[in-house]
Design a protein around this ligand. Structure first.
Ligand SMILES: *[C@@H]1O[C@H](CO)[C@@H](O)[C@H](O)[C@H]1NC(C)=O
Ligand SMILES: *[C@@H]1O[C@H](CO)[C@@H](O)[C@H](O)[C@H]1NC(C)=O
Ligand SMILES: *[C@@H]1O[C@H](CO)[C@@H](O)[C@H](O)[C@H]1NC(C)=O
Ligand SMILES: *[C@@H]1O[C@H](CO)[C@@H](O)[C@H](O)[C@H]1NC(C)=O
Ligand SMILES: *[C@@H]1O[C@H](CO)[C@@H](O)[C@H](O)[C@H]1NC(C)=O
Ligand SMILES: *[C@@H]1O[C@H](CO)[C@@H](O)[C@H](O)[C@H]1NC(C)=O
Ligand SMILES: *[C@@H]1O[C@H](CO)[C@@H](O)[C@H](O)[C@H]1NC(C)=O
Ligand SMILES: *[C@@H]1O[C@H](CO)[C@@H](O)[C@H](O)[C@H]1NC(C)=O
Ligand SMILES: *[C@@H]1O[C@H](CO)[C@@H](O)[C@H](O)[C@H]1NC(C)=O
Ligand SMILES: *[C@@H]1O[C@H](CO)[C@@H](O)[C@H](O)[C@H]1NC(C)=O
Ligand SMILES: *[C@@H]1O[C@H](CO)[C@@H](O)[C@H](O)[C@H]1NC(C)=O
Ligand SMILES: *[C@@H]1O[C@H](CO)[C@@H](O)[C@H](O)[C@H]1NC(C)=O
Length: 823
């Protein structure tokens, strides 16, 4: 009796303990598990997949077609019974899930094509969308059951999942999981391959799990994972089978000593590893390599899981981790990263896969270490949605976007559309002013145009060594690949020409369209080239143009950018055949550009100053979304203890901050000034300097500020905007632009303030002007009476009035630049 009582107590205690164990697991706030097509609930481990009717109220389309597989599929990973039934959609249908916890959610979609009556699910053709993301553009049926896993950040109170069959076809799904993730699982950003590179806006993107491996060649079932993930055994992905050894010691793992939680990966992952086999030769030096098939043209988030579970006693070891041939980290010392053996550690890296369909990951001992070894415990590879918010290869390139559109680009100072007269005038002026300088060479290399970027001339490189000695920056393209992409730099693909060389349109092997900027050794210097690549590989933002790669082989200086369908903002404002942009479009473009600049100024520990903000460096994609381009002149902002950076004056005429011109002190506020010039350009639809106009109007800033201060701003508004702008919106816009152009940097607002004010100008505009297109083109009064002499004096006026230059002549500025170059 006493015995049975105590055993009853034991059962009671152990069931309490068991409940506690369960409650220690992850319990998602939002948790939808649906066994589609099924009429019964199915328990899978500690979870229940409900019958299809249970959530039918979440579905937009009430038609029910349930299908039944005739035989149970084989699935080692997931519970086979979940694949046995399916729901078939004969029309586009949405699931709308209520979301209580914002943040990243997982969507797992189970597919297993079987034949049911007259539906052969293998013939289904459909797309799957979630929110604004394309998860699957055209479903390709696999014979075997599969589970596709996606995640993205849900910020609203609902998550809409859409199954959209192609016409005359249908869609299907066997089971669905939608649940909220722990916040720590996917960080908002991660480093890219490269030292300081980082990818800040990961949270804006959707991810698809491509591979999830447990090293040590042991699969982990979803039932043994707190987040119900399946971890595949790594054996079949290994490149060679003679240098590695599998290890398992799950008890050695101790989460409580570190910061990594079991939600990152369970102990069954951290407790097994694939290591370098040093048994036969303790000095073995080889890499253990895994090979993965991936879709090129996408960025991938690669997560490495480590945990030192080597048998004790064991020597301290240092190893390198590679993706392809680039080192992700060298001399990795797990003990240093974690403080003790058996403590889990993970590392995220983002890499772009171009060209090849392979993603290779290796670990190998560091050079010259006493006890070579290397280990890896787990690996996850997640595809990051592209700029079209798509995860499908079919969306990496859009053939339908028309070739007939005049296409322009990225990263371009303009060059072709310059005001010819002014170019000549300025050139002559420079020559004259520089004549008394003895350095004739510098003088000959020196030419510039209004709006053209001033590059200090003459920087040349001497030998054939690559500019980047190590592959610090990823994305290096072989020269032949670029020759191929641009049809060997075909003249017919030239999109623009500028001081730096030419920009070509190109198509990479994976059909990504790109803009290829090829520097010539006489033009843009190495330092601009390097700066641009460094900046672009560090920063990723919706409103900054993205770097695809570069090439520094054979003395080349080539930068490959994403292709921007609609060219430069400048081209849409004046002097071209594009239809006029509406006021709303113009405001949205300003807001986009301001966001890009705001991000540059505040997105990292040290502000980045663009230094060449102008309408020719604001590019527009196919949706007229603005992206800031051309970082060749960018500079890291002042150190905390300094108020500015002293530097030779560089930038573009018509946009230069007067304070910077005079004192050569650079702050973020110089960009704000230039942005103010752009705002007036946008409002008035004319260049910053237009010598064809009467004297008092030549300099846009001077003229616009005069009108603004007199309260007559509406008189200079681009005639094509006539009747579109609401008074309040115009007033707000004029006020911000004026503040941006304050004489002293301290009086100018920050880009954040500018952004905020622009957004309120957009709000003040309300819904007005969404469609009113006034085709009337500006009548440019080209005053042919302007003689050459008059032009010269106009140009002098314009330069003298770019702010209060008070005695500082342009020749002094030039002389300073030349001196800087001579050093
Ligand atoms: C499935 O479970 C839910 C609650 O979890 C319940 O409301 C529903 O009736 C169950 N369905 C069946 C067919 O038992
Ligand atoms: C198919 O569905 C029917 C009714 O919904 C059910 O009775 C049956 O068990 C299911 N399975 C098979 C293999 O037919
Ligand atoms: C299941 O696996 C067995 C043996 O591995 C194979 O013969 C059979 O065709 C598989 N069935 C399916 C539906 O894949
Ligand atoms: C889908 O199926 C339902 C019921 O079977 C039918 O009423 C509906 O017309 C079908 N829709 C299409 C687009 O075929
Ligand atoms: C179903 O479609 C697939 C692919 O089109 C085909 O290979 C298969 O034979 C079809 N099955 C049946 C039973 O018709
Ligand atoms: C989706 O895109 C639409 C317009 O394209 C936009 O209004 C909406 O805010 C976007 N939703 C999310 C969640 O990004
Ligand atoms: C989700 O997006 C919001 C901003 O919209 C951001 O603040 C948050 O950090 C994101 N969450 C995750 C988990 O990425
Ligand atoms: C999964 O858990 C079960 C017990 O819950 C255990 O027997 C099995 O070994 C575990 N599998 C792995 C791969 O850890
Ligand atoms: C994990 O480490 C903590 C702190 O050092 C220790 O108290 C605990 O016993 C360890 N757990 C295991 C399972 O070794
Ligand atoms: C990856 O490995 C495969 C096979 O060894 C090789 O062909 C390919 O060039 C490698 N790719 C990279 C990027 O290293
Ligand atoms: C390991 O791989 C890296 C990157 O491909 C390479 O540089 C290194 O030489 C390899 N080490 C050995 C021992 O093969
Ligand atoms: C890790 O290494 C750094 C520098 O090599 C050292 O300063 C630090 O104390 C080490 N940390 C641990 C936990 O060993």
């Amino acid at each position: 009796m006493a015995n049975s009582g105590s055993s009853g107590l034991l059962i009671w205690v152990s069931s309490i303990l068991c409940l506690m164990c369960l409650s220690l697991g992850y319990n998602p706030v939002d948790n939808y598990l649906i066994d589609c097509g099924s009429s019964t609930n199915k328990s899978v481990g500690d979870r229940v997949f409900v019958d299809d009717q249970f959530y039918s109220n979440l579905l937009s389309n009430p038609h029910i077609i349930f299908a039944n597989a005739s035989s149970s599929p084989n699935s080692s990973a997931y519970n086979p019974s979940l694949f046995q039934t399916a729901r078939i959609f004969n029309e586009t249908s949405h699931y709308t899930f209520a979301v209580k916890k914002s943040g990243r959610h997982w969507i797992r979609i189970y597919f297993y094509p079987f034949v049911f009556r007259n539906y052969n699910l293998s013939n289904a053709k459909f797309s799957v969308y979630a929110q604004n993301f394309t998860l699957i553009k055209e479903y390709q049926s696999k014979v075997n059951p599969e589970v596709r896993e996606f995640s993205f950040n849900v910020t609203s109170d609902r998550l809409v999942l859409t199954f959209s069959p192609f016409s005359n076809s249908f869609a299907f799904v066997n089971a669905l999981e939608v649940f909220s993730l722990p916040d720590e699982l996917i960080p908002p950003g991660a480093t890219t391959i490269g030292p300081q590179g980082s990818y800040q806006n990961l949270w804006e993107h959707a991810l698809e799990t491509v591979e999830r491996l447990n090293m040590g060649n042991k699969a982990v079932s979803p039932l043994n994972d707190t987040l119900w993930r399946f971890w595949d055994a790594d054996g079949k992905y290994l490149k060679q089978s003679n240098v590695e050894k599998f290890l398992s010691d799950i008890k050695a793992v101790n989460f409580s000593k570190g910061v990594v939680t079991e939600n990152i990966a369970p102990s069954s992952v951290y407790g097994t590893a694939t290591i370098l086999n040093t048994e036969s030769d303790p000095m073995t030096n080889a890499n253990v390599t895994w090979l993965f098939n991936v879709d090129p043209g996408f960025d991938y988030l690669v997560r490495f899981h480590f945990c030192d579970i080597l048998p004790r006693p064991s020597a301290r070891f240092y190893f390198n981790v590679y993706i392809g041939s680039s080192a992700v980290v060298q001399y990795l010392d797990l003990l240093n990263r974690t403080s003790d053996v058996g403590v889990p550690y993970f590392m995220d890296v983002i890499t772009r896969v171009t060209g090849s369909r392979m993603l290779n990951v290796s670990v190998g001992p560091s050079n010259n270490v006493q006890y070579p070894n290397a280990l890896l415990n787990g690996l996850e590879v997640m595809k990051i949605s592209n700029s079209k918010e798509s995860l499908d290869v079919l969306d990496s390139f859009s053939p339908e976007s028309s070739k007939t559109k005049v296409i322009l680009i990225v990263g371009l100072a303009v060059g072709l559309f310059i005001i010819f007269v002014l170019a000549l005038v300025l050139f002559l002026l420079c020559r004259r002013r520089l004549a008394d300088l003895s350095h004739r060479k510098a003088e000959d290399d020196f030419a510039m145009n209004e709006g053209d970027t001033i590059y200090t001339a003459g920087s040349k490189f001497s030998n054939g060594t690559p500019i980047f000695s190590t592959s610090k920056f990823g994305y290096r393209f072989p020269f032949v690949a670029i020759q191929e992409a641009t049809d060997n730099f075909s003249e017919s693909l030239v999109l623009g020409v500028g001081g730096f060389g030419k920009v070509y349109k190109g198509v990479l092997r994976d059909e990504t369209r790109v803009a290829v900027k090829r520097g010539t050794s006489q033009s843009q210097g190495i330092s601009e080239f390097q700066t641009e690549i460094e900046m672009l590989s560090q920063f990723r933002h919706r409103h900054l143009v993205s770097l695809i790669g570069f090439c520094d082989e054979r003395n080349e200086m080539i930068i490959i950018y994403e292709f921007m369908e609609n060219g430069t903002l400048k081209d849409h404002l004046y002097g071209s055949k594009y239809p006029s942009l509406s006021w709303r479009q113009r405001l949205e473009i300003c807001i986009g550009a301001a966001k890009g600049l705001h991000y540059l100024h505040t997105g990292s520990a040290k502000a980045i100053i663009h230094r060449d903000v102008k309408s020719a460096n604001i590019l527009l994609d196919e949706n007229f979304m603005a992206k800031v381009a051309d970082f060749g002149l960018s500079k890291t902002g002042p150190e905390i203890d300094q108020s500015h950076v002293s530097t030779a004056v560089k930038g573009s005429f018509g946009y230069l901050d007067p304070e910077y011109l005079i004192r050569q002190q650079l702050t973020e506020k110089s960009d704000v000034y230039s942005f103010g010039v752009v705002m007036f350009e946008v409002l008035c639809g004319r260049p910053a300097i237009d010598p064809s106009l009467p004297r008092e109007k030549v300099n846009l800033v001077e003229w616009a500020l005069k009108c603004q201060r007199r309260g007559q701003l509406e008189e200079i508004v681009d005639p094509r905007l006539e009747g579109q702008i609401k008074t309040d919106s115009l007033k707000k816009f004029g006020d911000i632009a004026e503040k941006c152009l304050a004489e002293y940097g301290v009086d100018r607002p920050s880009m954040g303030d500018v952004l905020w004010n622009l957004e309120s100008a957009l709000q003040l505009q309300g819904n007005e002007g969404r469609s009113s297109h006034n085709g009337k083109m500006t009548e440019k009064v080209n005053d042919r009476a302007n003689s050459f002499e008059a032009s010269v004096s106009n140009a002098q006026v314009s330069m003298g009035s770019m702010g209060e230059l008070s005695g500082v002549s342009m020749s002094k500025v030039f002389a300073q630049m030349v001196r800087e170059e001579m050093r």
